[in-house]
Design a protein. Structure first.
Length: 135
């Protein structure tokens, strides 16, 4: 029983030391940077194309899934332009999606907004009455 206990201690210490390494520093030295030409893309109810330019210290990747905003590429290098094709918004509410660009440990969000098909702004606090007209 004592032999089993000693063997388990040695095995545990070996696994602990094996799991710790300096390899992480070679993957990312902490100096990675990424920025976008804009952090918000906005389109009207008709949708369309909107672009963002990525400036990064290394190759970058894009994460995020949206069924109405479609990026032209999901990975690239410094200076690449990503075009988002945005479907028309037929809803009565603003649609918002967030994508994230990252390189190394640096992450920058991009918000994509599509305006609603119809907007009603009330410019005063007075009572408003809307009636349906009958013919």
């Amino acid at each position: 029983m004592k032999l089993f206990k000693n063997l388990m201690i040695v095995l545990s210490v070996s696994l602990l030391l094996w799991g710790c390494s300096d390899d992480d520093e070679s993957i990312n030295n902490g100096n990675s940077t990424i920025s976008l030409s804009t952090n918000i893309l906005q389109v009207d109810k008709n949708g369309g194309d909107a672009t963002v330019t990525v400036t990064s210290s290394d190759n970058w990747r894009l994460s995020g899934i949206c069924d109405w905003a479609h990026p032209s590429i999901t990975s690239g290098k410094d200076g690449d332009v990503v075009t988002f094709t945005i479907d028309p918004n037929k809803l009565d509410e603003k649609r918002t999606a967030t994508f994230k660009f990252f390189t190394g440990s640096s992450v920058v969000p991009l918000q994509v907004e599509s305006q609603p098909a119809y907007i009603m702004d009330l410019l005063s606090d007075e009572a408003l009455s809307i009636t349906k007209g009958y013919s």
